[in-house]
Design a protein around this ligand. Structure first.
Ligand code: PMP
Length: 395
């Protein structure tokens, strides 16, 4: 029997990262490949108490369907947090709950993109977003970035000449995969250009609150005077990913479209997840929990960078993130990080080759390293093993 799938299915393959994660699940592998939060830091006892409390107080409501917009008390918590942390002035009516921000990315593609439309994004960019946009048969223009963020002159070059640019996708805080954060000045200049060309921006911010030093910078959405920015938030990295809870914050006109798509796709985000997270925020201080995670991640980042400084040979560059989960390594151009990953797996250490983070290919001399998930002694051991393999590959 020959099944005829839709043409779109030819554009989608399983994420390389998910395939690699399967390989690295073996307990004896030191894996810097995933992007997972550290499970030993999940507040399990507190969430257990919350689950019982929600069931006892409002079990019927928690187990029932609810609105597409989402649970109002949770959206109030989110609006307050966005103001306090990201300087975004908003209210619950501009927030739509989704099943993780990945769903917000998928919806963004469906809201804005037709076949052959162009998405401008940072080079490199988040693989999960690239795949979500590919499903709408979009094309990509990668805008070069430096350590302050997207290079504005390069952005403007493309906005000036390309009519089919329908959206710009960016991760200004502790970007996945590069770990980089845009400076305030770059954010302001970016918004000036965006306002001039009036192109919708998808600002994806799962890591912004995981800042280890200095102050959180205002989100692009906080600098948005024309309602062009669609902001995607999530509880995955600051609390736990298992509830699958994210949100979209956007102007009324745009949010309505997201709402229609959600009605057609999943009806709503999980009622019980929303009620539990909301109750957690009533009874506990999320900031205290985030402070605990940051302390552990900061130490892990420090030990990773220190060991890289000591062990990696000259000619290898890497970013020094001020927060988030990742650092990004650039090898000399003649080394292929995809081939080298196989040598590393033989030595029982893993990372994600960087090529997949560039939708138009190339850059095979790069890789992404996650530091949130391994204890400090394993980080040292793992980096030493990778350093050995790099040295073997150096000319
Ligand atoms: N955006 C970025 C940049 C991410 O790194 C991730 C998760 N790795 C997501 C979105 C999706 O997160 P979630 O669906 O769990 O909210």
């Amino acid at each position: 029997m020959v099944i005829k799938f839709s043409d779109k299915m030819n554009l989608l393959t399983g994420s390389e990262i998910r395939e690699l994660l399967k390989l690295t699940e073996k307990p004896d592998i030191i894996s810097f490949a995933g992007g997972l939060p550290a499970p030993e830091l999940f507040p399990i006892e507190e969430l257990k108490r919350i689950a019982v409390c929600v069931m006892e107080e409002s079990g019927k409501q928690a187990l029932q369907y609810s609105t597409t917009e989402g649970f109002l008390p949770l959206r109030k918590h989110i609006a307050e947090r966005m103001l306090a942390k990201n300087k975004i002035k908003t209210d619950p009516s501009h927030i739509l709950m989704t099943s993780g921000s990945q769903m917000g990315l998928d919806f963004s593609a469906r809201v804005f993109l037709n076949k052959d439309d162009i998405v401008l994004l940072e080079s490199p960019s988040y693989l999960g977003a690239i795949n979500a946009f590919k499903a709408s048969e979009a094309k990509f223009i990668e805008v070069p970035t430096d350590k302050e963020g997207m290079i504005i002159s390069e952005l403007e070059k493309n906005l000036g000449k390309e009519e089919r640019v329908k959206m710009i996708y960016v991760i200004p805080d502790f970007q996945n995969p590069s770990g980089r954060t845009w400076s305030l000045e770059r954010r302001q200049k970016f918004m000036e250009i965006v306002n001039k060309y009036e192109i919708p921006v998808i600002e994806d911010n799962p890591y912004g609150e995981l800042r280890f030093e200095k102050e959180i910078l205002p989100a692009l959405k906080a600098l948005d005077t024309k309602g062009l920015v669609v902001y995607l938030g999530t509880f995955s990295k600051v609390l736990v990913p298992g509830y699958r809870l994210g949100w979209v914050c956007a102007s009324a006109e745009k949010l309505e479209k997201y709402n229609f798509i959600e009605q057609a796709s999943s009806l709503q985000a999980s009622t019980i997840s929303q009620m539990e997270v909301s109750k957690y925020m009533d009874l506990y201080n999320l900031d205290d929990h985030i402070a605990k995670i940051k302390e552990v991640y900061r130490k892990r980042r420090d030990i990773m960078l220190k060991t890289m400084d000591e062990e990696f040979p000259e000619g290898v560059e890497y970013t020094r993130p001020e927060g988030g989960l990742f650092t990004w390594v650039i090898l000399p151009e003649y080394i292929n990080a995809r081939n080298m990953a196989l040598e590393c797996i033989e030595k029982k250490v893993a990372y994600v080759p960087g090529g997949s983070f560039f939708p138009n290919g190339g850059h095979e001399n790069t890789f992404r390293m996650n530091y949130s998930c391994m204890p400090e002694e394993k980080i040292i051991e793992g980096i030493q093993r990778i350093a050995e393999v790099i040295k073997k590959n150096m000319k």
